[in-house]
Design a protein around this ligand. Sequence first.
Ligand SMILES: Cc1cc2nc3c(=O)[nH]c(=O)nc-3n(C[C@H](O)[C@H](O)[C@H](O)COP(=O)(O)O)c2cc1C
Length: 449
Amino acid sequence: MTKKSFDIDLSLKFAGVKMRSPFGVASQAPFSPLAMSPVHLTEMLLKHVEAGAGFVHTPYIHCENQHPKDRLPTGRFMRAEVNGFGKLGMYALAESYRIEMRLQEGLKLIETLKSCLPADVPVIANILGPGADPDGWAEHAAKMEAAGADIIELDVSCPLPANAAGAIEAYASERIPEHAGVLLGDMPALTVAVAKATVQRCKIPVGVKMSPEVGFPRLVGFVEQLKEVGVSFVTSVNAPLSVAPPDIYNGGRSLFPGLNLNPIAPAIGPFTKFLCYRNIGTISVFVPGLDQAAVGGLVDPTHMVEAMMLGAKICEFSSGTLWKGWNLIEASTDFVKKYMHEQGYDSLEDFRGMGTRYIRPVEEVDWGLGRLTASVDDSKCKGCGICANNLCWAMKMEDAKAVVNEKNCSACSLCIAICPNKAVSLVEAKNPRTEEEIHAEVMGQILKK
Ligand SMILES: Cc1cc2nc3c(=O)[nH]c(=O)nc-3n(C[C@H](O)[C@H](O)[C@H](O)COP(=O)(O)O)c2cc1C
């Protein structure tokens, strides 16, 4: 089948702004002095646009005018993986003050982008205002609007200001420093005041990029307040803070290539997907009617569909394009068109939010206890014994094959989750029992002992 048969229109309106596609480039502050040039950065972003991006973000633009000569952009990436589990993601360590784009470069970047981007590829200005000063943020945002930005995204979630000296004291005393980031975004009242002032000042839509440090259920009330003050969208998550593992064969030293220290560092990539989906799914359910941008751990075209099924309107690539290059945008576009063709969806609306109807209170779950049982496919079981070597009460090894004792199986599916050969599945039990029967047989006996 040729590509032409998947000629499906992916254009949409996000926060009221027209976009040719829901896939675009996340905000990424440069780790190199070269990338502070608006011309260079435009060239780089244009490559993503040529690959089909439907929008671009600026890096976070701070309101200071000049980049300090002695604190130029740099940073360090480190591979994060777990033996036997594979690649987790990366640590992306930097000092916020060094990598913030300063006002003049930021405004020039917006102007340059606007002069060469197609009309249906909007520029989202990601900004870092002065501390917790609502009017200062609003004034800063208004400058982006005047330069031509189509949408404002308040970056109250950059993790980096929290790894700077003095951050703990600043947070505890609510004296939010100039370079605020997550120190602000973890304080709903202050963030809502900043968002309200910015919404009132700007004509273009304003959104908030959420901090992963704001967990569920706290984020629900927070996002409700943002919606009430007129915020047009929320962006799922920035990078959570972590501490990289020490080098266990070298006295606990840093594993960052060429680094003498192991500072608190943001973690990016697949791990963050847990947090991204948490936010997208729960906000869809508990604060309906607010546009959402998904970012965090989206590294495969299928992730785009998953995020949209949980309610996201647009999807942003950060780690995805760091690993796979901007071709991931083209691959995702092709994948979604093919997927929609095969599933019979004519528009993105046909499947957006479809998965949210299943996000229900756990008390409503039908567990199938006594009705369902694990079943091993002998042709796939390699006899490794992993499934019989943990807290499972039903699995035993017989003649180098895993065998299920149906009576003891509670259908917990740990065996399915861990089997390296995908040899186990859940099937209807041959001799189904009710919970009352299980109680009489098992619990009753236990209580007698
Ligand atoms: C090098 C780098 C720079 C980033 N700069 C910004 C930024 O300027 N503003 C922002 O809101 N997020 C920034 N982020 C966060 C990403 O936009 C994204 O939210 C985060 O990496 C989680 O997505 P991922 O797991 O797909 O990487 C940056 C991330 C990286 C790796």
